[in-house]
Design a protein around this ligand. Structure first.
Ligand SMILES: [Mg+2]
Length: 161
């Protein structure tokens, strides 16, 4: 079952209180359409949000499937957090590395991202707390928008049950 533990509109809507209530001590963040839009523009207030987590002793690591190292590095430097690029979610490789960096139990780690078949599936496989956010901007490619449509249908179906 591909059902996230929680859903939010934007990552910046996720509060420290919410994370603490769910025993989350560390978070793994997706990049594309979660932290930055398709033009690589960071989400408004994302730095403030991540600083607030750090001040509350919640650790952060980025795990992006993107093969564009510089893009992932740029946002990780902006937020001053470690990063993994080409993380091959939903496969275990990149997420395992992130878990090692964070050095917390899986049950205390949340993965936050906008895609069902990479982020949510990946976190389910790794037994992490899964938080699905809405994509910041719509996919511009035909394949991308088709993928979104399938995801949307799937989400609606699982909600009906
Ligand atoms: Mg994404």
């Amino acid at each position: 079952m591909l059902k996230p533990n929680a859903e939010f509109n934007r990552i910046t809507d996720i509060t420290v209180d919410f994370l603490k209530q769910n025993n989350i001590k560390a978070v793994i963040l997706d990049v594309d359409n979660t932290l930055i839009d398709l033009d690589r523009k960071p989400l408004r207030d994302i730095k403030k949000w991540s600083d607030n987590l750090k001040d509350s002793d919640i650790k952060i690591c980025i795990a992006s499937n993107s093969i564009r190292k510089n893009k992932v590095k740029n946002i990780s430097e902006k937020l001053d957090v470690p990063f993994i690029y080409f993380s091959t979610k939903p496969l275990k490789r990149g997420l395992s590395k992130a878990i090692k960096i964070l050095n917390e139990k899986r049950e205390n780690i949340a993965e936050i991202g906008d895609q069902l078949f990479t982020d949510v599936w990946g976190s389910k496989r790794m037994k992490l707390f899964s938080i699905l956010t809405k994509p910041i901007s719509e996919e511009k490619t035909k394949l991308g928008s088709l993928k979104r449509k399938i995801e949307k249908k799937y989400i609606e179906k699982t909600k009906e049950k």
